[in-house]
Write a protein that binds this ligand. Structure first.
Ligand SMILES: CCCCCCCCCCCC(=O)SCCNC(=O)CCNC(=O)[C@H](O)C(C)(C)COP(=O)(O)OP(=O)(O)OC[C@H]1O[C@@H](n2cnc3c(N)ncnc32)[C@H](O)[C@@H]1OP(=O)(O)O
Length: 184
């Protein structure tokens, strides 16, 4: 992966232990918002990622490129592929049970991805320092050990739920995150 210093964990960055209270190995991770372009089950043309963690530390998901995801004729749009990487990385940092947002996303495109292809996505954490999480992902064509079409490295920043309430839609958050207190 070609990456900048901004997405490279500094020396001493700790990779959190999968035993730190996150989801058990084998757990399916739910959608964080039904209308999310990446994982929402109610989004008509979204990516519909349904992620799981095989080991409590990494996340896997599949994305089948559809008609709505084209850039060049019959080929996936690069921005859509970046969105898939952003989403699967976002799900991997969700394993730490704190809200994070993308600060920076770097993407390498290695192969064109035709419509109808299923990309096998995998994301993992390379370290956390303070509010900064250093993460990585890859998308392989056709099988978990297929050719790598896309790689990404990212810096995610920890926020609190007030971030989403202040800048987004409090009612939608409360409707889908039943443990979220609107007026704590
Ligand atoms: C209900 C749903 C629930 C869960 C919902 C989960 C949704 C996940 C969806 C998938 C993920 C997304 O697409 S999220 C959507 C796309 N992303 C966004 O909208 C984020 C927009 N940006 C922001 O809101 C802000 O810039 C933040 C929160 C990222 C940072 O602002 P801040 O909180 O004021 O913090 P700030 O001091 O600026 O930064 C903290 C540290 O990070 C560093 N830093 C910050 N940004 C960058 C950057 N781009 N590149 C390098 N470094 C950076 C700073 O230098 C600093 O380092 P130091 O000085 O401490 O060393």
């Amino acid at each position: 992966m070609t990456r900048s210093s901004l997405t490279t964990p500094p020396a001493g960055a700790a990779v959190p232990s999968p035993e730190a209270g996150g989801p058990e190995p084998g757990t399916t991770l739910g959608s964080h918002y039904s209308r999310c372009f990446g994982c929402g089950t109610e989004h008509p043309t979204g990516l519909h990622l349904a992620a799981r963690t095989p080991d409590g530390a990494t996340v896997e998901a599949e994305f089948t490129v559809g008609e709505a995801h084209q850039g060049a004729p019959r080929l996936a749009h690069g921005g859509v592929l970046a969105a898939a990487m952003d989403e699967v990385i976002g799900m991997s940092v969700y394993l730490f049970r704190k809200p994070y947002v993308t600060g920076r996303l770097e993407t390498d495109y290695l192969l064109p991805v035709p419509v109808g292809t299923t990309l096998h996505l995998r994301a993992w954490c390379n370290g956390i320092v303070g509010r900064k999480a250093y993460l990585e992902a890859e998308g392989r064509i056709g099988a978990p050990d297929g050719p790598v079409a896309v790689r990404a490295a990212a810096l995610f920043i920890e926020v609190d739920m007030a971030h989403f309430a202040e800048h987004g839609d409090v009612a939608a958050i409360a409707a889908e995150h039943h443990d979220y207190e609107v007026n704590p």
